[in-house]
Design a protein around this ligand. Structure first.
Ligand SMILES: NC(=O)c1ccc[n+]([C@@H]2O[C@H](COP(=O)([O-])OP(=O)(O)OC[C@H]3O[C@@H](n4cnc5c(N)ncnc54)[C@H](OP(=O)(O)O)[C@@H]3O)[C@@H](O)[C@H]2O)c1
Length: 262
């Protein structure tokens, strides 16, 4: 049986309202893992997304190509998150091109492990620079171009609240600094209509967990859900915090950890 044309059911694509149409987003460390999943989600929802990478050029270019082919807007930029000059230049380029920044997702991160007595101090400095200094810099540079309704999401870690393994103290120190930054700025930015929140992933299946070495499989199975989380599951929460629906959520630290910290 065939229906008259006017009764044709529209495709999902036609029905779907893209929630970030016209919005401009910057995602740091968007080449792989959670960052790449965030880039995909925001771009699929209609945002124009700039994302940074440092070492993973091929992955970044591939993602840019994938989204371009899908008719979405995503631009990869090589920016060392530790550098003030490069961060400033990236934001200038973005603002020159798009006029403003509506969403900033501070996702770039490093994880190193080790006992404190012989902790590699170069690794410590790199982690502090990428995990703590870089989000501070990006927020500082982006804020003058962020209108009311702006969204800042910092990617922390559930390790700020839950610490099952030795050797994670330095990483945890950097991720706890992020919750402090979020809490401190929430009050400062609330009057401008800008929200800032931390998303705290648990154990998510990305390259970052290489730090676990031989313990990798056991760690995944030992969560209450018996598995690692996926980058997309974290990206979904970040997407929500970027949305209009989350307008009254600020200064929050939201765990996406499959119950590992309960
Ligand atoms: N996976 C987990 O279980 C887990 C748990 C808690 C928190 N997190 C947090 O989630 C965030 C994303 O990590 P992930 O798990 O998705 O790991 P990942 O795949 O290793 O991603 C890390 C990202 O950070 C970028 N990055 C590192 N150093 C950089 C630098 N100097 N300049 C610019 N970008 C830099 C990397 O870019 P390049 O590769 O291009 O250098 C990459 O895109 C991190 O903040 C991490 O601490 C992850």
């Amino acid at each position: 049986m065939s229906y008259p044309e006017r009764f044709t059911i529209p495709t999902r694509e036609v029905l779907r309202e893209r929630s970030f149409a016209g919005k401009i987003a910057l995602v740091t460390g968007g080449s792989t893992g959670i960052g790449a999943a965030v880039v995909r989600r925001l771009a699929e929802e209609g945002a124009s997304v700039a994302f940074t990478y440092f070492a993973s050029r091929d992955a970044a270019w591939e993602l840019e190509r994938e989204l371009f082919d899908a008719g979405q807007i995503a631009v990869a930029m090589r920016v060392d998150a530790r550098s003030v000059e490069e961060t400033r230049a990236c934001i200038r380029e973005l603002v020159d091109g798009f006029g403003r920044i509506d969403m900033l997702v501070n996702n770039a991160g490093l994880a190193c492990a080790g006992a404190i007595e012989n902790y590699d101090l170069d690794a410590l400095e790199a982690m502090v620079a990428v995990n703590v200094k870089a989000p501070f810099l990006a927020i500082r540079e982006a804020l003058p171009h962020m209108p009311a309704g702006g969204r800042i999401i910092n990617v922390g870690s559930v390790s700020s609240d839950y610490m099952p393994y030795p050797g994670q103290a330095a990483y945890t120190m950097t991720k706890s600094a992020i919750t402090g930054l979020t809490r401190g700025l929430a009050r400062e930015l609330a009057g401008r209509g800008i929200t800032i929140n931390t998303v705290q992933p648990g154990r998510v299946e990305t390259g970052l967990l290489r730090v676990l070495g031989d313990a990798y499989e056991t760690v995944g199975r030992s969560t209450p859900m018996g598995r690692f989380g996926t980058a997309t599951e974290v990206a979904s929460v970040i997407e929500f915090l970027c949305s209009d629906a989350a307008a009254y959520v600020t200064g929050a630290h939201i765990r996406v950890d499959g119950g590992v910290s309960v």
